[in-house]
Write a protein that binds this ligand. Structure first.
Ligand SMILES: [Zn+2]
Length: 159
């Protein structure tokens, strides 16, 4: 039986399994980066320009990421089997999450990574990391002067 092997995969090992599987998804994708012009608006100091760095995935990348995401979820379901009590929730949860995660990754053709530019308020170089779910326009704080900036798509002067 596989009891010996699975028995070692207790609660303690679970987060590291998760990190390994997530890293795997990122590692297998060699995607192309693209930059788009963005406008950084400050209430009183005016506008600055910046660049939005977007990672693009072609259909092969997307299919690969979708398969990896599905496998990662089902892998986690398997790893969750020996976790007492929590496995009643985790195992079916990850089994159901598999196809949903695959669907989500397959439809992710462009993922925002970061915004770079010059802060219109303090003039310092600005580097803001972005979440996958972030969408323009959005409000962010400058990392140097802490002023709030309204970040919009497009070149300065366009409305
Ligand atoms: Zn600033």
């Amino acid at each position: 039986m596989s009891g010996g092997l699975l028995g070692q995969c207790g609660l303690g090992i679970w987060p590291s399994q998760y990190v390994t599987l997530s890293a795997l998804i990122v590692a297998v994708t060699m995607a192309e980066m693209q930059t788009q012009a963005v406008m950084l608006e400050h209430e009183t100091a005016g506008n600055g320009v910046g660049e939005l760095h977007v990672q693009l995935f072609d259909s092969r990348d997307r299919m690969r990421r979708a398969i990896m995401a599905w496998l990662a979820c089902w892998g986690l379901a398997l790893v969750s089997v020996p976790i007492i009590f929590a496995h009643w929730v985790l195992v079916p949860g990850f089994l159901i999450a598999g196809p949903f995660a695959a669907y989500r990754y397959y439809h992710m053709s462009a993922v925002p990574k970061k915004i770079s530019g010059i802060c219109p308020s303090c003039g310092q170089v600005l580097m803001l990391s972005m979440e996958t779910s972030d969408q323009l326009p959005m409000w962010r704080y400058c990392s140097s002067c802490n002023e709030s900036l309204h970040i919009k798509a497009g070149m300065a002067g366009q409305e």
